[in-house]
Design a protein around this ligand. Structure first.
Ligand SMILES: C[S@@+](CC[C@H](N)C(=O)[O-])C[C@H]1O[C@@H](n2cnc3c(N)ncnc32)[C@H](O)[C@@H]1O
Length: 322
């Protein structure tokens, strides 16, 4: 079906009209006729720039992610032959296609849109928000889907309470200055009976200590500079580990020590290793969490029917119907 025809049939524009709210005064927003919005009461404008409506004035601390997702636009995006994000989404949310089919879903920190690709393939209508310019990439990657991307901050979302059937946030909230506050802010945007699923970095395994140490310095580098450094460092460190592993007796412990002190991602392709290693060393904020913590946050929100996914820390819960 041509894209224009699909968009004409989409429920999303009318649904957005009903749930979008002004960040200034909380009133309803009207379309400005060019992809942006304007407040019906205070007239604050939310302009449409580079393919998306903007609810923030800048990328703030998330600029490295804007760089990352523009540089690696499709590396992690599923296509007909590869359904890795699909598998990942199942393990990190414990959700299945029937949980999303026909639902209005919010993807918090959508990045370049890999999980929104899965959610729309499962039949959901998805609103993706991201603080960084990654939202532009998501809008382009998923232009033929029931999907809309906004540049917006999880701490100031332009939606009415009780708007979404399901909200998920994969690998995002630990990159904010206050993960607990970020998780807790999401409950109010769920309809009663709606599901909140988050996946956060695990605090149980301490392998990341050295990347945390190096990141104190690397996050201050310009993303372009850090990327150039890693373009040399990642292949050198990875290949050195591979050579060391072949040395009898001392080789494996030496490779392990090198990996411990200078961690680099060990996926099978050079591009995937670069992307994920950049993703470790570039963010300003990167907290780690336990199930005990996250369950307490969900309980404080009054969530019920708590479940965990296969890949920690994956927690999901339901907003009570009453
Ligand atoms: C590691 S990426 C994950 C992207 C996507 N969920 C995925 O798994 O492919 C983290 C994303 O969180 C976004 N982010 C960080 N702080 C945010 C905030 N306060 N509000 C919205 N998005 C935020 C970043 O811009 C970045 O795209």
């Amino acid at each position: 079906m041509p894209i224009e025809e699909k968009q004409a049939q989409s429920l999303l524009p009318a649904e957005l009209q009903a749930i979008l709210r002004c960040l200034n005064c909380g009133s309803k927003l009207d379309s400005d006729g060019g992809g942006g919005y304007v407040c019906s009461a205070c007239k604050r404008a939310y302009p449409f720039v580079n393919g998306i409506a903007r609810f923030v004035d800048a990328q703030h601390y998330a600029a490295s992610f804007g760089f990352q997702w523009h540089r690696y636009q499709k590396t992690q995006l599923d296509h007909d032959d590869v359904r890795e994000a699909d598998l990942n989404f199942r393990m990190k949310t414990a959700l299945r296609p029937e949980d999303l089919k026909g639902k209005l879903v919010l993807d918090v920190g959508c990045g370049m849109g890999r999980f929104a690709e899965v959610a729309t393939a499962w039949g959901a209508r998805v609103v993706g928000i991201d603080l960084s310019a990654a939202a532009e990439v998501a809008a382009k990657n998923l232009a033929d889907r029931e999907f809309v991307a906004f540049q917006a901050d999880v701490f100031a979302l332009p939606f009415a309470p009780d708007s979404f059937d399901l909200i998920y946030s994969m690998g995002v909230l630990h990159h904010t200055p206050d993960c607990e506050a970020a998780v807790k802010t999401l409950g109010k945007y769920l309809k009663p009976g709606g599901i909140l699923a988050v996946w956060l970095y695990s605090g149980y395994n301490k392998w990341y200590r050295f990347s945390d140490f190096w990141r104190r310095y690397t996050h201050k580098m310009k993303p372009e500079t850090l990327h150039s450094v890693l373009k040399v460092a990642v292949p050198v460190l990875y290949n050195t580990q591979e050579v060391l592993r072949k040395v009898p007796l001392v080789g494996r412990p030496a490779a392990g020590l090198l990996h411990h002190v200078f961690p680099v991602n060990r996926q099978s392709t050079p591009e995937a290793r670069m992307l994920d290693t950049f993703d470790w060393y570039s963010p300003k904020y990167q907290s780690k969490h336990t199930y005990e913590q996250v369950f307490r946050w969900y309980e404080a929100m009054g969530m019920e029917d708590m479940r965990i996914g296969e890949f920690s820390i994956a927690v999901r819960g339901r907003k009570p119907l009453r």
